[in-house]
Structures are given as C-alpha cells and as structure tokens.
Design a protein around this ligand. Structure first.
Ligand SMILES: [Fe+2]
Length: 357
C-alpha cells in the first residue's frame, strides 16, 4: 500500500515536472484538435486532400471526409448527423439541400464581407467558392473561327448531325438548360434545347472530354465542355490529341454571356461542431485557399482580386476577352432550381438521350 502511494506521488511529480519543463503546445485556433466531417462530391485528388492538410496545419482542425460521386442530397437527408460541412461541385444541389431544410446559417461576418453578394445565398445558408464556364468546343479543322459563337448557334439547321454532348440528363447539362429557361424564357430555351437535340450526331454517351475525342474522330464538329476540361486534356498524354483537334469558345460574349457552373460550401443543420465548421467555411473563402482552388482546379475565384488561371486567360485572349474572365449570363441558383424539374421533364419529353431520329 505504501509503495503504491509512493508510485502515485512520483507520478504526480513527474507530470508536474513535464508541464514545467515543456512549453504547452500553442493552439493554432480555438478549434485545434477538433475533427469535422466533410461530405463532398468533389474528387479527392487535386484539391480536397491538399486543402484539408493545409487547413489542419493552419488551424488544427482535422477533416474526416466522405467522398461520393452522386446522391449528395439524398445522403445528407438519410444520414444528416454524418456531416458538419457540405462541399459540392454543383451548387444547385446545395440550393436543393437548403430547400429541404438540411443547412444552417453560416453566420459569418467574414464571409459576408469577402464573398460578393451574387455568390452568397440571400439567407446566408451557403456561398459559392468558385465557378467555371460551360462553353463550347469546335473542330479546329472543320469549323471556321467565328462560325459558332453562341449556344443558339448549336440549334441551327446547318449543324444537323454535327453536335455531340453527354447525356441531356447529366447535372452539367440540366444546369445550363434550366439557366436557359430562367434567362431566356421557356419558349426560346425549349427551342434551343430541342434544336441541339435534333442536331445530335449520335445518342449522348461519355463525359465532357469524350465529346472532344468524338470531334477528333470526325463523329461530330461541335460539343459542350466545361472550361477547366480544355487545359486538362493537355495534361494527359492520351488526351492531348483530343485537345489539339478542338478549339474552346466562350459562347454569347457579344450578347448575354456564358452560363456558369458553380461549386459551393455550406454548414449542415445537424452539425455539432458549428464553430469549427464555420472556421472551415471561412478558410475556403480566404485568399490563400482561393488561389489554391484556381491553381488546382482552374475554376475562377469568386474573389475579384484573385486572378483566373493562366490557361483561362489564354483561352479567353484568343477571343479577345481582356482580363481572362468571360462575360457571364448570371442566373441565381434559386432561379435555376426553380426550373430544374421542368428542364429534366423537357429533356425526357423530347427524348434527347435517344439521339438522332
Ligand atoms: Fe467536372
């Protein structure tokens, strides 16, 4: 018994000694050591892992990520407590999550101050961290410069049998179809969407870049492609020739502007780590992270003073776009989401995915 006491006492002395000798580790933020769960449909490579590592170094916040390809809203709905933060490559989904009551207010003066109003939810439940253009690719050899300048051009009879796109029901296409409906009105939008459908060279297949491949193979002459995929093709040996066979066009620059795809960040209603989750969201809005997003994803920053990626600048320069930022036809995420179901219904109605005839 006596010996046990002695050991305990020695233990206490040793513990006190340690405290006295070593400096207590400095907390990197009020949330140092807190673990948050991040649910995202962005890919793990490229941006997210390096971003999580940088966050941990700077703030001590550790991220336990859940990556998934599809079904972001359904996952959040069925397992609401398994995420503190949601990050999506398709901000329309976050607007849908908001409508289902799955998000919390960001309550962040920092985000309100740094992120321009058009990229913030009006109720403060999410913000857009970056965007890319959904533009057009044309055959380098078979399409003369200036022959295709607008989305409307893709619906003209002269391109019959010459258009390639991925599935009309893919989120990327629904996102521009519903923006067309909101921006142009149903009549014009439906004419253009149906016209593109009528002009398809084949039943939609593959992803965006595979439309460039089809142009290289002579299957078609024009297609739709998100802006960052164009330079990405030149980073893969097998895809360089797809890129070389095509030219990028930011459409509607002389008229109402290009439609964009947005990525976004939100806190979940169920989060038990609101402070740390908010700090992570603020970290996404910082200049340092924004520059990293531009470098690694080639998206445009929502901060006006963070310049576009050099590849976007040179693609734009070919069309006379001055500062690398194309003119945008800005449709709010609410406006898009309002038209989403109608866009999906219309694509089914015209049997877009069946292809020609
Ligand atoms: Fe993508």
């Amino acid at each position: 018994m006596r010996r046990v006491k002695f050991i305990l006492a020695a233990g206490v002395v040793a513990a006190l000694g340690n405290v006295a000798l070593a400096d207590p580790p400095k907390a990197r933020s009020p949330y140092d050591g807190v673990e948050i769960k991040v649910l995202t449909d962005r890919t793990s490579d490229g941006l997210m892992q390096p971003l999580f590592e940088m966050l941990e170094q700077d703030t001590g916040i550790e991220v336990d990520p859940v990556f998934l390809d599809e079904g972001l809203v359904a996952r959040l709905e069925s397992r609401p407590t398994e995420a503190d933060v949601v990050i999506t490559k398709d901000a329309e989904l976050i607007e849908l999550a908001k409508r289902k009551g799955l998000l919390a207010k960001l309550d962040s003066p920092i985000i309100e101050k740094t992120i321009p109003a058009e990229f913030r939810d009006k109720d403060g439940e999410y913000f857009v961290d970056a965007y890319r253009a959904r533009g057009i690719i044309v055959s380098q050899d078979r399409v003369k410069p200036g022959a295709v300048k607008t989305y409307e051009d893709l619906a003209k009879p002269e391109w019959k049998g010459k258009v390639c796109t991925r599935s009309g029901k893919h989120d990327y296409n629904i996102a521009i179809f519903d923006q067309m409906m909101k921006a142009w009105g149903d009549d014009k939008a439906k004419q253009v969407i149906a016209g593109i459908g009528r002009n398809l060279a084949r039943a939609p297949e593959g992803d965006d870049r595979e439309q460039a491949k089809a142009i290289m193979e002579g299957v078609c002459d024009v297609g739709l492609l998100n802006s960052y995929y164009y330079p990405k093709m030149f980073e893969h040996r097998s895809q360089i020739k797809w890129g070389e066979a095509t030219r990028y066009v930011f459409p509607n620059q002389d008229t109402d502007g290009v439609f964009i795809m947005r990525s976004a960040v939100a806190l979940t209603k169920a989060t038990a780590n609101r402070g740390a989750a908010r700090m992570f969201a603020e970290y996404m809005a910082s200049g340092q992270t924004q520059r990293m997003i531009v470098q690694r994803t080639k998206q445009y920053s929502v901060l006006p003073d963070v310049p576009p990626h050099e590849s976007m600048v040179s693609m734009g320069a070919q069309q006379g776009i001055k500062d690398g930022r194309p003119k945008i036809n800005f449709v709010s995420l609410e406006g898009m989401a309002d038209k989403r179901d109608e866009a999906v219904k219309f694509v089914e109605e015209i049997k877009y995915d069946n292809g020609p005839g």
